[in-house]
Design a protein around this ligand. Structure first.
Ligand code: 5RP
Length: 222
């Protein structure tokens, strides 16, 4: 199977995973990216079995609506049963780097509201040590240079994602060559820099389940 087929396999696996638990009033949190899109496309077949979804980006909201799945405001949705999303990297603690698509802040918010965070990823995302993928940091625009200097002081090489504005109107710094020995400590340290909205480490609240697409089928890792 190629990477696209592995993404489709984990998207379908996530639908199969949540299907027995769906109720007519269920609202599901949905992530962003090509793997999340595979999940959305597979979820469409169940659209009459649950109420709707909360989207982690404008792009995801549009895709959900294109399938006729209602999209709700998080503030009126309470606690969600599930949040399903892809990742750029995962380690064996199911700590993630996310934000390659720039949706990290809304993704982290929706994930925080979910009882169960299901990560869907092909096996290329599995790493022993997080940090080969540049760590995205969402920043208030006027703080960009200050935050970049602080990230350099932490040992990273931040690169401004040119021409990209997040759904929240902010900018992204992609931090290369960051040594991530303690993902939880670094997540908290970077989030403490004034001007940072959030960073793409999902370690303080890691995924609960990883559905990983491999050549031997989808593996469930908890
Ligand atoms: C978007 C994300 C995505 O989940 C991550 O970039 C993985 O994307 P893809 O499924 O396209 O490989 O965090 O902000």
């Amino acid at each position: 199977m190629n990477q696209d087929q592995l993404k489709q396999a984990v998207g379908q696996a996530a639908v199969d995973y949540i299907k027995p638990h769906l109720q007519k009033d269920s609202i599901i949190g949905v992530g962003t990216g090509s793997t999340a899109n595979c999940f959305i496309d597979a979820l469409a077949e169940l659209k009459n079995d649950f109420d709707g979804a909360v989207a982690s980006s404008e792009a995801t909201a549009e895709r959900l609506k294109s399938h006729g799945i209602p999209v709700y405001d998080l503030n009126s949705s309470g606690t969600l049963d599930f949040y399903i999303d892809g990742a750029d990297e995962t380690n064996d603690h199911l700590q993630l780097i996310k934000g390659g698509g720039g949706a990290l802040t809304r993704e982290k918010i929706v994930a925080a509201c979910a009882k169960e965070f299901i990560c869907i990823a092909d096996e290329s995302k599995w790493v022993d040590l997080l940090g080969t993928f540049p760590l995205p940091v969402e920043v208030i625009p006027m703080a960009r240079s200050y935050v970049a200097r602080e990230l350099v002081a932490l040992g990273g090489d931040p690169v401004y994602r040119q021409g990209f504005v997040t759904d929240n109107g902010n900018v992204i710094l992609d931090v290369h060559n960051m040594s991530i020995q303690s993902a939880t400590a670094l997540e908290e340290r970077i989030n403490n820099i004034v001007g940072v909205v959030t960073n793409g480490l999902f370690a303080c609240r890691p995924a609960d389940v990883l559905l990983m697409g491999t050549a031997d089928g989808v593996k469930t890792i908890k």
